[in-house]
Design a protein around this ligand. Sequence first.
Ligand SMILES: Cc1ncc(COP(=O)(O)O)c(C=O)c1O
Length: 400
Amino acid sequence: MSKSKKTDTKSDASQGIETELMHVGRNPSEYYGFVNPPLYRGSTVLYPSVEKLKAKNQKYTYGRRGSPTVRSLEESVSRLEGGDHTVSTSSGLSACATTLLAFTSAGGHILVTDSVYQPVRILCERTLKRFGVEVTYYDPHVGAGITDLIQDNTQLVYTETPGSQTFEMQDLPAIASAAHAHNRSIVVVADNTWGTPLFYNPLKLGADAVIHAGTKYFGGHSDVNLGTVTTTSAHAEQLRLIHGDLGQNPGPEDAQLCLRGLRTLALRMERHWRSGLEVADWLAERPEVARVLHPARADDPGHAIWKRDFSGATGLFSVVLKPCSDAAVAAMMDGLELFGMGASWGGYESLALPFDPASYRSATRWTADGPAIRFFIGLENVDDLKADLDAGFARLRDVG
Ligand SMILES: Cc1ncc(COP(=O)(O)O)c(C=O)c1O
């Protein structure tokens, strides 16, 4: 299953990313040989003299402006994404917000995929519009056709591949080159939470900024809220300034837990990929299931883009059920023993969540006849997960 990818980040280009994940963001010689970086908590940073107080370009000036723990994580993500600068924030959503505020201004216009993580849409509608930014949602399959939607005042194109909940694959190289051909200063943003730097590298495919909800796979244990944004050098200063203006800063424990999570990322992702695909294939054969939305499956409409742009898949996908009542779905869901029901994903435990994209789409229509469920396949034994779902389908059939 492993499609091990060599990285060409600024460290040793001959090393695989699995090796790099063991070494990024730590230097034991700086902390008495202890393997892991220590946890730095704090607000005040003391200056030994007035001269030092007045000096420019100091690495650490105040807890909110970064600590060694937080910088270790940021430098790690920059390396893994092949970017020049990373800022970290208190959640994935705050990373999305920081990015949108960094690269837009009153009178500007942005293009946002209709498949975007829904709270980003709410942020655009409720807040960005209030600050005079015009927002157009576009069909995630638009590809180079994005050209027709670009206006003279377009400042940013927001992508998310695959789409939240509905898993449409976006042709990022086509979108980025069309946007940049129109105006090189348009900032192309990619939310890479699903792919992780292990399987998808948006900066190499033309994006200018990459977002991660570190809450998911980086943390990996459902005990962290953190976000990151990585940019190329051209956009680093603008991002750095807004990040400071907004007072964005993750908790140091969360940064440390994400750093720790990176060490096992490759191992976990391999398992999420393998188990997720096995459960997706099993679900596709079920009589209760109309459609599986998983780009690594050969019958998925986005499979060709996945094969071209990704080097692996992860544990999150959706299914559309054949028409059945809400009560039947509730009977299935309520009795699940191994699958938890709740927001988020990327931890070690499997999750299932019913959803209805029809309620928030605007550029495209969600036409499925039956209800949809998003699954996150964790690290459990796959046969146990199938047995839990099998019993769930029996309850669903009983209610009808
Ligand atoms: C694709 C994507 N981006 C961003 C976020 C936001 O992350 P957080 O929950 O840490 O705010 C999520 C959360 O589910 C997500 O799925």
